[in-house]
Design a protein around this ligand. Structure first.
Ligand SMILES: *[C@@H]1O[C@H](CO)[C@@H](O)[C@H](O)[C@H]1NC(C)=O
Ligand SMILES: *[C@@H]1O[C@H](CO)[C@@H](O)[C@H](O)[C@H]1NC(C)=O
Ligand SMILES: *[C@@H]1O[C@H](CO)[C@@H](O)[C@H](O)[C@H]1NC(C)=O
Ligand SMILES: *[C@@H]1O[C@H](CO)[C@@H](O)[C@H](O)[C@H]1NC(C)=O
Ligand SMILES: *[C@@H]1O[C@H](CO)[C@@H](O)[C@H](O)[C@H]1NC(C)=O
Length: 954
């Protein structure tokens, strides 16, 4: 039985819920113009004209670069929190309103580079108290207001490169900042550097970049830059006209890195400039791009620098040096690092570097060398030798003689065509060999005896056509071998033998066929973690199982790339191709021209997390394919021909959080699909054939409202069907006008509400008491449920329900007999009800807290509202708990006709015996005895339960 009150209550709460859903259009996770990835919001390249409004209030970074924003308005960032970086670069910003960044108190970095700002105004940066890094490069800034940097007390780095600052005093507000470390004002229009103009007291600056300014004078008359560590004066001064005026050498004594590239001073002055550093701690000197005339005399500078005893890095790049004579570095023994890149050096004297007794790092890339210079021999201190981008065509066995300290040898982009077996014989501790982009045809024995410590070998971009057994057998420490982009067609069994520690093997971009990756080829690679054989020629004519799966021995492999097989794809992926790859986490098998996958394909790879089979010609897949993959979390299925994703529903993808399914032919997305992906947070469905009518209403609402899954670029999804909607945006279609089911729902629910109201008032008038009863019955029911859970033991033997007018008899007779003589514990409302508790709760408490309920019935009792309610609650308990708790005790004779208004009572009386006080007359003993028996009656002994029947008929 469900009382009407209950029904109307649940219906109206239903209305309430729907109301909340309709009103609550708080935007979900999918943004109109941006993507979110790990709380970084990316809105690049969207032709935006204003800052998007729908980004979440708290993010890590916001990238709005490369748009068309021309102005930052005061409230653009109001109530936003950006913790790391705000990137506004590459827009057309001419103006930032005062206090626009006021809310961004925790921001660390602001990039305003590549805009059109001309002035930094007083209140522009107000609020950026935690900002450490500010990029203002590539604007048109010529003026910086005096108090504009006032509160940026955390600022450490400011980049003003490529602006229009004409006077150094413009940067005074910046250099005054207590923590400023680095200031870049390269390529402005500064004509003077005067210490007095920058500050009148010493400042903290460590890095100062003044390069590419037309400086006429560099003047240091006070010790304002005591911490300066790195000074860049390259390409300063027009046509060698810069005047150098450093009053005291000690002002520059802290400088470690100095760049004097370009012919900023005359030759004579250059000598003076370098003189100022002879007592300094200068460690790194760059003298690049001195013009041809000066380079003839470069030895002059070298001689001067040789007096700087602390010098350890010397860079002479792009100096037009073509020959290095003996004497050039003659007096120069300190440098540990010498960079001669980008010259025209084709020849050097055999003893050019002899005096460089500490040389560790020699860079001669981008020169004209045709062989490894003899001058490098015997440099036992050398760690790194870079000879890339030369014309070396042959390596000789004595080329690296005595380079026993060499750790890294860089030879890429030369013209080497073969390697002799003895060529690396001296390189005992070499760890890195980069010899890519040469013309090597065969390896000979180069890696069969030597290089026991080699860890990285880059041989990509050569012309190797085969790998023979044991080609790398001496490389026992090798961890990474790159053979990409050769012409390899065949690999002998045991080709990689000896590479027990190899973790990365790159074989992409060769001509490897399925025949070349037979079962024994990868044998011995017991530690391999990553294998790439993408862009080769692996093809399987038939779908049949392989007798010897090629990867069987790679039980530690985590990542396998086999995508893009040429010329026409793999055609079939044998069902046991992946056999043996028990540790595999990621496979990329896109673009291999396969139509289907056997359900057993991934049976061998239970640890797979990321599966990329995009750009194939599936139209569907079988759900069983995914069943062996309980940890699958990212799936890439774009550019296939899927029209439906129903196969995913049965696939048990409970851990998938990333699904990319762009460029397919999906038309309708339903709730069953999305509910089958409970962990999904990132969904890309760009470029599908969406149907823009009622069939997608659910999807549209879900995209807009769900707070878990970001549907990337959802606002740009286009309609394909129906034809009249083609080209409109999916999320723009009007779901109110189309959603018939929704309006029908409204119709039904409104009608139901009206009907209920009518019915309610009707019933209130005609059946008021029945409703009141029902209400209490309902309360009792609720209470009872609560009670049953609590299973409270009975506190009383009986609850006595009586009318106040009968109180004298109850207290004088009943209480005395039952409590005094028979020893029952009774519950009486005037005595035992808890004050303050609602009366109906007290009644139900009393009835449920007592084994029995004694109703003392008189005419007054029947008239009283509360008393009849007590009967009802008690009879409900009977109905509900199957417990006969009611004892009827008539205090006066009430004729049947007088009972007729109380028809429930009449029914009760017809079906059960009751006690009558008047009939007892003088024989009260028998009366009390009957009552005792009634009170002693057990709980479950009533077979026939008359009251139960009575209640049921109510
Ligand atoms: C300063 O901006 C220029 C671009 O104008 C850039 O090349 C340089 O790397 C920037 N420097 C720093 C330290 O950010
Ligand atoms: C640099 O300043 C000079 C004045 O010293 C001015 O004539 C010249 O136009 C300025 N150059 C630029 C590019 O603003
Ligand atoms: C160096 O100065 C000469 C004139 O002395 C000039 O022709 C040349 O362009 C300058 N080179 C550089 C890199 O500034
Ligand atoms: C290297 O040392 C050997 C002797 O150990 C010597 O004969 C040879 O001339 C030296 N080569 C160079 C380039 O210094
Ligand atoms: C392989 O690597 C392990 C540690 O990664 C090292 O202990 C072992 O010596 C290496 N094996 C060889 C042959 O270098």
């Amino acid at each position: 039985m469900s009382p009407p009150g209950v029904k109307s209550l649940s219906v109206s709460s239903g209305f309430l819920l729907i109301g909340v859903l309709l009103v609550n259009t708080v935007s979900g996770y999918s943004l109109r113009h941006c993507k979110i990835y790990q709380m970084n919001v990316i809105c690049r390249q969207n032709a935006l004209q204003t800052i998007p409004k729908d980004i979440p209030p708290k993010v890590k970074s916001l990238d709005v670069s490369n748009n068309n924003i021309s102005k930052i308005e005061e409230f653009d960032f109001k109530d936003r929190i950006i913790r790391k970086l705000l990137d506004l670069s590459n827009n057309k910003i001419t103006h930032v309103e005062d206090r626009a960044f006021l809310s961004l108190a925790v921001l660390h970095g602001l990039d305003l580079g590549y805009n059109k700002l001309t002035t930094i105004s007083d209140h522009m940066f107000q609020g950026l108290a935690k900002m450490k890094r500010l990029q203002l490069n590539d604007n048109l800034i010529s003026h910086i207001a005096w108090s504009s940097f006032q509160n940026l007390s955390s600022l450490q780095i400011v980049n003003l490169t490529n602006n229009k600052i004409h006077h150094l005093k413009e940067v005074q507000p910046i250099v005054r900042l207590p923590f400023l470390q680095e200031l870049y004002i390269s390529n402005n229009n500064l004509t003077y550097f005067e210490s007095m103009e920058i500050s009148n007291r010493s400042i903290q600056l460590r890095v100062l970049d003044l390069s590419w300014n037309p400086l006429e004078k560099f003047s240091l008359t006070a010790d304002v830059l005591p911490n300066l560590h790195n000074l860049n004066l390259s390409y300063c001064g027009r046509n060698g006209s810069m005047k150098w005026d450093v009053v005291d050498k000690s002002f520059l004594s802290g400088i470690y890195t100095l760049d004097l590239s370009g012919n900023q001073t005359s030759l004579k002055d250059m000598g003076i400039v370098l003189q100022s550093f002879t007592n300094s701690s200068l460690g790194s000197l760059t003298l690049s791009c001195l013009d041809r005339k000066t380079s003839v005399h470069i030895d002059v500078f070298i001689n001067i620098s040789s007096h700087i005893t602390t010098l350890s890095v010397l860079r002479l790049k792009r100096d037009n040096i073509y020959f290095i004579p003996d004497k050039l570095f003659q007096s120069c023994s300190q440098p540990k690092k010498l960079d001669l890149s980008d010259n025209n050096i084709s020849d050097l004297s055999n003893s050019s570097f002899r005096s460089l007794r500490n040389l560790q790092n020699l860079r001669m890339c981008h020169n004209n060398l045709s062989s490894v210079p003899t001058a490098v021999r015997n440099l036992t201190t050398l760690n790194v030798l870079d000879l890339s981008y030369n014309r070396i065509n042959e390596l000789d066995c004595s080329d690296f003689a005595n380079l026993s300290g060499l750790i890294k040898l860089i030879l890429y982009h030369n013209q080497i065509s073969q390697l002799k077996g003895c060529v690396f014989q001296y390189l005992k501790i070499l760890k890195v060999l980069e010899i890519e982009d040469n013309r090597i045809l065969i390896l000979n024995d180069a890696f069969k005896i030597y290089l026991p410590n080699l860890e990285t070998l880059k041989l990509n971009g050569n012309k190797l056509s085969s790998i023979n057994k044991g080609d790398f057998k001496s490389l026992q420490s090798l961890t990474s071998l790159n053979l990409n982009d050769n012409q390899i067609t065949s690999m002998e069994d045991g080709a990689f033998i000896g590479l027990a520690n190899l973790t990365f093997l790159h074989l992409a971009g060769n001509k490897i066929t399925s025949g070349a990756i037979r079962d024994n080829v990868f044998k011995g690679l017991s530690n391999l973690r990553r294998l790439s054989i993408s862009s080769n020629r692996i093809t399987y004519k038939q779908d049949s199982k392989l007798t010897n799966p090629p990867f069987y021995s790679l039980s530690f492999l985590k990542s396998l790339d086999i995508f893009s097989q040429r010329p026409a794809g793999m055609h079939n992926l044998p069902s046991n191709l992946l056999d043996g790859l028990t540790a595999l986490v990621s496979i990329r098998a896109g673009n291999i021209n396969i139509k289907s996958l056997h359900p057993d394909t991934f049976k061998y790879t239970p640890n797979l997390r990321s599966l990329d089979i995009s750009s194939n010609i599936f139209t569907t897949l079988t759900p069983e394919l995914f069943h062996p993959l309980p940890n699958l979390s990212a799936i890439y299925l774009s550019k296939c021909k899927f029209q439906s994703l129903d196969f995913l529903i049965q696939a048990n993808l409970s851990k998938v959080f990333y699904l990319q399914i762009s460029h397919n032919e999906l038309t309708v997305i339903n709730d069953t699909l999305m509910h089958s992906l409970p962990s999904l947070t990132y969904l890309d469905m760009n470029n599908n054939s969406f149907r823009c009518d009622c069939s997608n209403v659910w999807f549209i609402q879900w995209v807009i409202n769900n707070n878990q899954t970001q549907v990337v670029n959802a606002h740009q999804y286009l309609c394909k069907y129906p034809l009249n909607e083609k080209g409109s945006f999916l999320l723009d279609i009007d779901i109110h006008s189309c959603s018939g089911d929704l309006s029908f729902f409204y119709f039904i629910s409104t009608s139901a509400l009206v009907l209920l109201t009518l019915l309610g008032s009707f019933m209130y008038h005609l059946l008021r008491w029945q409703m009141v009863y029902a209400y209490y019955l309902f309360l009792a029911y609720l209470y009872d449920t609560k009670r049953r859970n609590a299973r409270a033991a009975n506190q009383y033997d009986a609850f006595v329900s009586y009318n106040t007018h009968d109180e004298p008899w109850v207290l004088g007779e009943l209480l005395l007999e039952l409590e005094g003589q028979q020893g029952w514990r009774l519950c009486l409302h005037h005595r035992d009800f808890q004050p303050g508790k609602p009366i109906i709760e007290n009644i139900t408490d009393a009835i449920y807290g007592s084994r029995k309920t004694i109703c003392v019935i008189s005419r007054r009792y029947l008239e009283s509202e509360w008393c009849s309610r007590e009967i009802q609650v008690a009879s409900f308990r009977l109905f509900d708990e199957q417990k006969d708790v009611l004892i009827l005790l008539f205090l006066e004779e009430i004729p049947d006709q007088q009972l007729s208004p109380y028809h429930r009572m009449r029914k009760l009386l017809k079906r059960r015996t009751y006690l009558s006080w008047p009939r007892a007359g003088e024989h009260t003993g028998a009366f009390w005895q009957k009552l005792r028996v009634a009170l002693e009656t057990g709980v479950c002994d009533d077979e026939e339960n008359p009251i139960l029947t009575g209640v049921e008929r109510l």
